[in-house]
Ligand binder design. Structure first.
Ligand SMILES: [Zn+2]
Length: 86
């Protein structure tokens, strides 16, 4: 199964990319959320919506579940009051 070094390398690269994406999403869900610029609604979108939404600059173009507007939003850090260091 692992006798082909090119295939093994490609497999490792794919796995690394998946792990990296999982890490980014995990970080987002643990530490960040989006705030709708139209109505100010703060939310964490569904994972599938995150994956299939359009990436733009450092944020995403995503639909607000409250006012249903498609807007560009940047991730905002969750409140740091829960015993987190500054
Ligand atoms: Zn909204």
């Amino acid at each position: 199964m692992f006798e082909n070094p090119v295939l093994t390398g490609a497999l490792i690269l794919v796995l690394a990319a998946i792990l990296y994406a999982a890490g980014v999403y995990l970080y987002f869900y643990k530490r960040q959320h989006f705030v709708c610029p139209k109505c100010g609604y703060a939310f964490k979108p569904k994972l599938l919506r995150m994956i299939f939404s359009v990436n733009a600059v450092s944020g995403k173009i995503i639909r607000c579940p409250h006012c249903n507007q498609k807007e560009y939003m940047e991730p905002v850090a969750d409140s740091r009051r829960k015993g987190e260091r500054l």
